[in-house]
Structures are given as C-alpha cells and as structure tokens.
Design a protein around this ligand. Structure first.
Ligand SMILES: Nc1ncnc2c1ncn2[C@@H]1O[C@H](COP(=O)(O)OP(=O)(O)OP(=O)(O)O)[C@@H](O)[C@H]1O
Ligand SMILES: [Mg+2]
Length: 409
C-alpha cells in the first residue's frame, strides 16, 4: 500500500495521521477518515465571589480552589446606564436580563464605580434612595464581576471571545437572599471589553450571609469560645449603624438579634457637619461630596480634631461639634445606648467605614467607655472598613482559625 493515490495536501495531512490498519488495501481506494474534531476539555472553574454591596462602597473579593484570586476591591456605589459601552473602562459592561418580542436579548450597558461619574449622563448613588441597594443589586454585582482585574483568567472556554463564568455568589446583606437570587439569575451574560461571558450559577450558587459576617468571624478568631459565648459587632456604615448579636457556641458564629438603626450612619454625620459649617461661615458653601472627603481625611491628635476644607480653611472645630452632636442626638444615639448595656457584659467588635475615620473612632470609643463598657471588651480590627468582607476568606481558604492577615493582600 502506497500513498500515491493521495494527491491533495489536505488529504495527505489526514492520512499521515491515520493508522495503517484503517486503510483498505484491496480496493486501492483510501477512504479518508473524517477528521475528528478535537475536543478541548476545559475544566470548570468555580469562582466564589463574596460581595458586600453597601450604600457608599461595594466591597468584594474572589476565591478559586481555596485561594484568593483577587485582593479585596472597593468601588464607589455609583451606577450609570449608558447608550454605548465604553471600552477599557473600569466597571463598564453590557448585560442582558430579558428578551424582546422577537426573542432577542435586550442589551443594557452600565458603568459602575467611580467611572460612573464621567459618562456625561446622570448617575445614581446607592445612598440616594431607601431601596436602591436592593433594586440595583444585579447591576452592582455584575459591575463587581466586570471589575475583576483577572476576569478573563477566571473564565473558561475554548473560544477567546465567548467564555463561561461559573459563579458562586456570597452576599453580605440585610435584604432577602431569595429576592436577590432571583434578580441576579435573570442575567444570562455580561460583555466586557469585547468578550462575552456566559454566566452560570451553580445549584448551590448563592449564599446569603448576615451583613457584617466577616466581622463576626474575625471576632470569633480573637475570642476563646468558652469565655465569650456571646459577642456583638457594631458597624457604622454610610446609612446605618448596626448592632448585631452573635452566639459563639458552635464552629461558626450564629447571628441572633440584629438592629440596623437606619439613619445612624455617616450620612447623618455629614448633614450635621454641613450644618455646623454653615453656622460658622455661611458665605462659603462646601458641597456634601467635599464634606465627605474632608471627613474621611480628618485626624485627631491629643483629643483635638483636625480637618481642612478644599480652600485650606481649618474646619476641625466644626467637625468636632458635629461628631459630638451626632453621638448625642441622632439615630446613632439609640444604637450607642443599646450597645452601652450589652457591651458591659460581652465583647464587641467595632467595624464599618465609620470606624476607619480616626476622630469618629476616638470620640465614639470615648462615649462607649463613658457608658461603662470595660476597655477590654472593645475590639477594633486593623481595617475596620473592610473587615466584614476581608475576613470572609476564613470560609473560602481553609484559613479557619489562624490569624493570618497577609492572605488578602
Ligand atoms: N478607609 C477609610 N478611611 C476613611 N473613611 C472611610 C474609609 N472607609 C470608609 N470610610 C467612610 O465611611 C463611610 C461608611 O463606609 P462603609 O463602607 O462602611 O459604608 P457602606 O457599607 O457602603 O454603607 P451601608 O453599610 O450603610 O450600606 C463611607 O461613606 C466613607 O465616608
Ligand atoms: Mg456596610
């Protein structure tokens, strides 16, 4: 048997690959076997995305195979729906969550995070509406997915332009996990920078944790469960100041009582600060977004609050009066009163972005000590603003009890 009958180069290639036994020696005809389609089997990669979509900042981190796949990322909780999708912009993506009358995907384009400010269209801040955090939940989550720096590597598939993303979502939220789940499952794909990612949510693809659960895991790791059967977390966020009780009897902390104290967060402090500033000098107005920045960069030294306005004016005194008024006469006051009694007997972890602001941390702590909470009962994590999210890694990396702070970086 020779190969002389074979004259096209295409066939030659095929025959070269064909084992000799498959050729028919009697008929002189060589039937080229159908080229086998090469099947590329790409193992499914399940991405655990843990997300805390707050009113002022979305915090998230992804894990694959028991390892963190991204560091903790925080983006401003802003969304902007745009007409056409910008390329190469952080937080920009297209998605579909419905079909038109002709059964065609209805495509929506969004930009989330700080980039939402620069789209020359009106953007929506989650802090603006009571229910925005829940209504925009799918957009925030998919925006977080689109912002993963290694999104392409986390997806699977043989085609470079059409990929599959297998997601397991864990959310830290006060909203009903069921409502969030059904809203997100309507989203079938997202497109980022010209690549389409089909979304696949596994059967167990959605876990709802109590808001601030990472802070509870952190507290548990710091306490001896025999001595501290109960502990609290106290989270000053943008909208709320939430006091949560946890039982520390089992392997994982279990949430008991939770009181969110709407209006007890940083938003109310900013309003108070604005009032104090306008009392002292009404001719020069500082916008709320600037006030927030002044607050975030404020300092405290020897009990004296330092804060500087964009024009260089010193506004530390106004801020100090504002923080004290906020502690004494706002929904935060009720939260602190509740904590004042609970914290006497049980340890409490102070967390949330509010405690990342030095003067807020110091003045609130002073108030809690004054209310009779022993100093030993107050635990302040190194990064109070992200602890509720970053310590979730204990559930995904097998880092259950050790106090390894390095892993998230
Ligand atoms: N690292 C930080 N340094 C200074 N200020 C911060 C820091 N992190 C957060 N903040 C301030 O704390 C506020 C509350 O932040 P946080 O991330 O806890 O709010 P949120 O989770 O988005 O809100 P909510 O829990 O009410 O939905 C922010 O608006 C910001 O002004
Ligand atoms: Mg929060």
């Amino acid at each position: 048997m020779s190969r002389k009958n074979v004259n096209t180069s295409e066939q030659t290639d095929q025959i070269t690959d064909t084992p000799i036994e498959e050729m028919n020696a009697d008929t002189h005809e060589v039937k080229p076997p159908k080229p086998k389609k090469e099947r590329i089997i790409v193992p499914k990669k399940e991405v655990n995305l843990v997300i805390d979509a707050g009113r002022s900042r979305i915090k998230f981190q992804s894990f694959v195979d028991g390892q963190s796949a991204t560091p903790v990322i925080a983006l401003d909780s802003l969304v902007c729906q745009v007409d056409s999708l910008p390329f190469g912009e952080l937080g920009a993506f297209a998605m579909s969550r419905g079909k038109d009358d002709n059964n065609k995907d209805i495509v929506e384009s969004w930009v989330i995070g700080n980039s939402a400010r620069f789209q020359q269209k009106q953007y929506v801040a989650m802090s603006e509406g009571e229910n925005h955090k829940v209504d925009y939940f799918p957009v925030l989550v998919l925006g977080a997915v689109a912002s993963l720096p290694n999104l392409y590597d986390l997806s699977t598939g043989a085609n470079e332009k059409t990929r599959t993303l297998t997601l397991r979502l864990s959310t830290l939220s006060l909203a009903s996990p069921f409502a969030l789940k059904s809203a997100i499952e309507r989203c079938k794909w997202i497109a980022v920078d010209g690549v389409k990612y089909k979304l696949s949510f596994g059967k167990s693809g959605f876990l709802g944790f109590p808001e601030g659960y990472g802070a509870a895991l952190h507290t548990q790791s710091k306490l001896d469960s025999l001595n501290a059967k109960t502990f609290y977390t106290f989270d000053i966020g943008f909208g709320t100041s939430t006091l949560t009780e946890y039982s520390n009897l089992g392997k994982l902390p279990k949430r008991g009582m939770c009181s969110p104290n709407g209006g007890g967060g940083i938003a109310t402090l900013i309003r108070e600060f604005s009032e104090q500033i306008s009392n002292s000098d009404s001719s020069r107005i500082i916008r709320p977004s600037q006030l927030r920045e002044i607050l975030e960069t404020s300092t405290i030294e020897d009990g004296k609050v330092g804060a500087v306005a964009p024009d260089g004016r010193f506004v530390g005194d106004a801020l100090e009066v504002a923080i004290k008024a906020w502690i004494k006469d706002s929904p935060l006051t009720y939260a602190l009163e509740k904590l004042g009694t609970s914290g006497r007997r049980h340890p409490v972890t102070l967390c949330g972005g509010g405690f990342a602001i030095p003067p807020v941390r110091e003045l609130v702590c002073t108030e809690l000590l004054r209310a009779g909470i022993p100093e030993n009962n107050l635990l302040i994590p190194e990064e109070p603003g992200t602890v509720a999210l970053s310590e979730m890694r204990r559930l995904y990396t097998g880092d259950s009890n050790s106090d390894n702070e390095q892993q998230t970086a």
